[in-house]
Structures are given as C-alpha cells and as structure tokens.
Design a protein around this ligand. Structure first.
Ligand code: ATP
Ligand code: MG
Length: 573
C-alpha cells in the first residue's frame, strides 16, 4: 500500500530546497564558473556495520545532488580497507538499504579494494620521490613520537632510509616477510606540523587477515587517509562530502593528491553529522547493543539503522522528507527525534488505510443482539483518501473494546463508556452499558450492554448525540495475533553524554518493548502482507513485521503513536 509508493517522482517532499545550503551553493558556483560540467559525488560506507539514519543524511545529500543536477552522478563506494571488521553481509545490507531509500547508483558501484594494485603503485611513486618511508617503530612508539598539539614530534630513526631501501622493504612487506605491526609505510611530511595528521602519518600497515573480497592476496592494507582521496581521484569525483571531524584531515587529503601524479583533485567539503535525541548513532555503540543482546539484531525495530526503521514501518519518503527538513550546515547540533516521527506521521497519515484493533481487551456482551448472528458493517478505509474505498467488518453479540475505554466511576471529562452511559461504536451502533460483571475478587470480567438497532452506521434517527466514539472488534471473528509496542530505546535525550561514570548502556529504557501476545484485530488484518502499514484507529500506526509474519498470521509492530506521547509527558513533568 502506501509503503510501496516510494519513487522519487511521486512524492513532493523531495523537492529541491528553496534556498541553497552552503554545499549546494559551492556546487552551483563551480558549475556556473565552468569548473565542472556536472557534479560527481559518492557515498563511501565502510562495510563494518549496518547503515543508520545518520548515513541516510549523507546518502540523501550525495545522491540528492546528483539527481538535482543535469548529468550528475553519485557513486556507491565501499571503503573496504580494514579486513578485520568488514564483511560481505554488510555490503549486501548497505546496497539493499540505499536502494530502499530510493536511490540508484546505476553502473557506479565501486570498492576501494579494487584499487589496491593502483594504490600500491602510487605508494611506490611517493617512496621514489622520497616522500614516504618504511618505519620499524611499533604503533605505541609512533604514538610516543607524535608529540602533542603544543609540542612538536620527533623524527623516526628510520626516516632517512633511501628510496631504494624503502622500495625493497615495501615490496617485502607486501610479500608477507614481516609480522603484523612490525613495519608500516609512513608519509614523510613534517613532525613539527601544528596539524598532527601531517606528522608523518601511517599510509600502510601489515594485516595478515583474509579480506572479504581480495581474500589472501594482500597482507598490507592502505589507511583511510591514503585510500580515500585517491579513490575519489581515480573515480573523478568533483566534490567529496564528509562529516566535520574530517576537516582536520583535509590538509592530508590535499597533500597526498598534490604529491602524486594524479589528474583529478576533488574538493573535500565537510558538513555536520546528524545527532538525534534518544538515539546513539555510533556503529561501535550499535554493535554493543547487538552483540550484548540489548536488542534483537541490527534490524530490531528499535534500532536507528535503516533496516530497523524499515521493519518498524518507516517509509523511504518519510526518511527523505526528514533529511530534507534538517538541511545541511557546518555546525554540530542535536536534532529532536520527534522531527523524524513527525515526518513519518505526515506521510503515513496520507497514505495508509485505517483498521480497528483492540490491544488491551475487555469483553462486551450485547444482550439484545441475537446469539450466533453476524452482521457485516461498512467501514471507511481512509477518510483522507476517498479512493481507498470501504470494507466490511463483522459485528456480533460479543465484541471486545479497549479496557481504557470503560470506567466504572468516570470523571466529568471522560466521554467513553461507563455504567448507564451511551457511546458510539465506530462504524456500528450506539450501545449503553447496563451491567458490570465482576469475578469473586472484584475484577471486571465483562460488560453487559444493549444496542440501539436504529443507530446502524453510527447515527441516531432521533438526532440524539453521544460524546464518545470508541473502537471495537467482533469477539467471534477477531483475528488474534502478536502486537509489539515499541518505545524509545533510551530514557534520556542525550544517551551519548558520559557523565558520572555512566555510559549509554546505563540509559537503556527497560520498557522499550511491550509484547501483547493475543491482541484482537479486525479479521481483514490476517491478510496483511509483511511490510504493509495501517493506522489502527485511535492507537497509532502499525506495520506487519517483515521477519516474524507468517502467511495468514502477520505480527504487527507499532511504528509510532498518533501523537508525540513524550512531548506530553515532558509538558506534564
Ligand atoms: P562510525 O564512526 O559511527 O563507526 P562512520 O561514520 O565512520 O561510522 P562510514 O561507513 O565510514 O561510518 O560512513 C560513511 C559515510 O556516512 C561517511 O561519509 C560519513 O561521514 C557519513 N556519516 C556517518 N555517520 C553520519 C552521521 N551521523 N551524519 C551524517 N553523515 C554520517
Ligand atoms: Mg568511517
């Protein structure tokens, strides 16, 4: 249904921003100056985890730019230079997630590991020019030699090896003659530079580990700072967009390109990464949540991963709409997760059909409705969209209503059911509560009501009004299934803040998941397809789970409530 409607042309919240952000401005100027005919960007994930909503911001920016500009292209490039943490499982999930978000890299799928041979040759070129050397210091010694921001570092004793010796040693590193950690290749720049990244940075290290694509062909692997700029250059990228923490790496990015015989020198531009309230976005932290069992995998519907959001019932359009709304700036800030939920509600409200479901049921017996009789009543699928049509819902002598919709001793403003009160059952009849049946410990077990047959469809011919309308499901025909109510995974708006010795784990919301084993749903919901979303009237948006649903027995996840319950709680506090 609504979820499938995700091509770029069809939604209007993907439109080009009204005023250009600073990156779009730079690109527009470069194009009008004739510096480039069209922009070439790239999204460069490291396949060491699933991508999350922060990556979605980068994806929407990079692919958005290529879509908006005539002739623009955006590459999907896997930055796979660390065999220890990377895996093809992650490659596949990232491809799936980028496509699902609605973006197409076409022919432009690349792997940094495809450039290993070329990068090796370029490293040799640096060595021959006397701009790189093989260093025998250990990682700890290199760190000790580096100095501090205020004091210069010390030259490595191996810094003055001859190019010929370095070429030989580098080749022997490649051939596996040395152990992990015993030698590295370093750039020869300036151990006194105020920028620590320019103090003879490591370019290659030995890692005798099988790589997910190159297998055991290589045992030396290039570092990010050497690989990234050269991969950009090899691919003819025009604008290399990355997050602010790479600003201090930019001089090294430019140094490598300036000191090698490469034709293309892309421009690195940094923007602020997305930080969200009540959310952690570091892959390291997400991995802890997965590995230590705080959640049920990378695609747990509480995770901020694209696969988790998908299972939760987020739509691609809602994620793109959110990324569009937050824009791109140079300043780090914390974005309210409510904005993401707002974008989601906006999309779902327009697109998904309504159904009735009772999550916390209490039985109602309609004493003047004939036993065994089933009446089919007409229900509107989406009041926002007449084209969505109607369906029928069975009505019977026994129905379920929500426990909360009854109060034995209701306060003045409670307009739902109470002893002697009349309410409207959505799409059905007016009923009046005649008797409250309790067990021997005084708990309510069922309500006995009468219905007014004249009010079929929800209106009284005598014009009498009722103040409350409640939802219901036929007890005889209910589809019983599991419904999972998800809440925020953290209790504090900034779980990343580590104060008083607390870590993000200490802020986990113990009640982020409530499982209702046998919720009572209207029968048509048994036919829901995995991934299909609905509004359960008065309750929220729900999505048939992609993994745990069986044919004829979908399991539902609550995507979000109808309103922001947290804002309400905060205001009351
Ligand atoms: P982490 O540091 O959490 O382990 P990462 O950010 O290094 O992950 P990559 O796979 O290297 O993950 O990121 C791919 C691209 O996505 C990079 O260009 C990176 O800058 C961008 N990106 C990652 N996180 C965010 C974020 N929170 N907001 C915006 N862009 C992001
Ligand atoms: Mg990274």
């Amino acid at each position: 249904m609504g979820n499938q409607n995700n091509t770029l042309e069809e939604d209007n919240n993907d439109s080009k921003p009204e005023s250009l952000d600073f990156i779009r401005e730079i690109i527009a100027n470069d194009l009008s100056d004739g510096k480039h005919d069209s922009p070439v960007t790239r999204f460069p994930p490291e396949p060491n985890g699933y991508i999350h909503i922060g990556h979605a911001k980068s994806i929407c920016l990079n692919f958005g730019l290529s879509n908006e500009n005539k002739g623009g292209v955006c590459h999907l490039r896997f930055d796979d230079t660390n065999p220890v943490k990377e895996d093809s499982e992650y490659v596949e999930s990232i491809k799936q997630d980028v496509s699902w978000l609605g973006f197409d890299w076409g022919e432009n799928l690349f792997f940094a590991s495809d450039y290993f041979e070329k990068l090796y040759e370029l490293a040799q070129e640096l060595i021959k020019e006397g701009k790189a050397f093989v260093c025998d210091l250990s990682f700890d010694e290199i760190a000790d030699h580096r100095g501090t921001p205020k004091s210069p570092g010390k030259n490595s004793p191996y810094r003055d090896r001859s190019p010929a010796d370095n070429i030989d040693l580098f080749e022997r590193m490649r051939n596996g003659e040395f152990e992990d950690g015993s030698k590295v290749l370093r750039a020869k720049i300036d151990m006194a530079s105020p920028n620590l990244h320019l103090r003879d940075p490591v370019l290659y290290r030995i890692r005798k580990t099988t790589h997910h694509r190159t297998g055991d062909k290589w045992c030396i692997y290039p570092m990010y700072d050497f690989t990234h700029c050269l991969s950009d250059s090899i691919e003819g990228v025009t604008h290399s967009l990355c997050t602010l923490e790479f600003e201090v790496h930019r001089p090294l990015y430019d140094w490598v390109l300036a000191n090698l015989s490469v034709e293309c020198h892309p421009r690195q531009i940094e923007f602020a990464r997305l930080n969200l309230t009540y959310t952690v976005l570091s892959k390291r932290k997400l991995l802890v949540l997965v590995q230590e069992g705080y959640v049920d995998g990378w695609d747990d519907p509480r995770m901020p991963t694209v696969s988790g959001l998908r299972r939760r019932g987020f739509t691609p359009a809602s994620i793109r709409g959110f990324c569009h709304a937050i824009g791109v700036t140079k300043f780090n800030s914390l974005t309210d997760v409510a904005l993401l939920e707002h974008s989601l509600r906006q999309d779902l409200n327009e697109t998904v059909e309504r159904r009735l479901a009772v999550l916390h049921p209490i039985k109602v017996v309609i004493t003047n409705f004939q036993e065994g009789q089933i009446e089919e009543l007409e229900a509107v699928n989406n009041p926002k969209n007449p084209e969505a049509g109607t369906r029928t819902m069975p009505f019977s002598r026994e129905i379920y209503i929500e426990k909360d919709d009854f109060m034995e001793d209701p306060p003045k403003k409670f307009f739902r059911l109470g002893p002697g009160r009349e309410v409207r059952l959505r799409f059905a009849y007016f009923i009046t509560c005649q008797e409250v049946i309790k067990n021997n410990v005084g708990e309510i077990v069922e309500l006995h009501c009468t219905y007014d047959p004249e009010t079929r469809g929800g209106n009284a011919p005598d014009g009498r009004k009722v103040k409350g309308t409640i939802h219901w499901v036929s007890a005889a025909k209910a589809f019983e299934t599991k419904v999972r109510l998800y809440d925020r995974l953290f209790t504090t708006d900034d779980p990343n803040k580590e104060d008083e010795g607390k870590t993000f784990i200490d802020h986990i919301n113990e009640s982020s998941l409530e499982v209702i084993a046998d919720a009572k749903l209207e029968p048509s919901l048994s036919e829901a397809n995995p991934g299909e979303s609905f509004q359960f009237e008065r309750l929220g948006y729900f999505c048939a789970d992609l993994k745990d649903s069986e044919h004829g027995k979908p399991v539902f996840n609550r995507t979000t409530t109808l309103r922001d319950a947290w804002a309400k709680k905060k205001n009351q506090a």
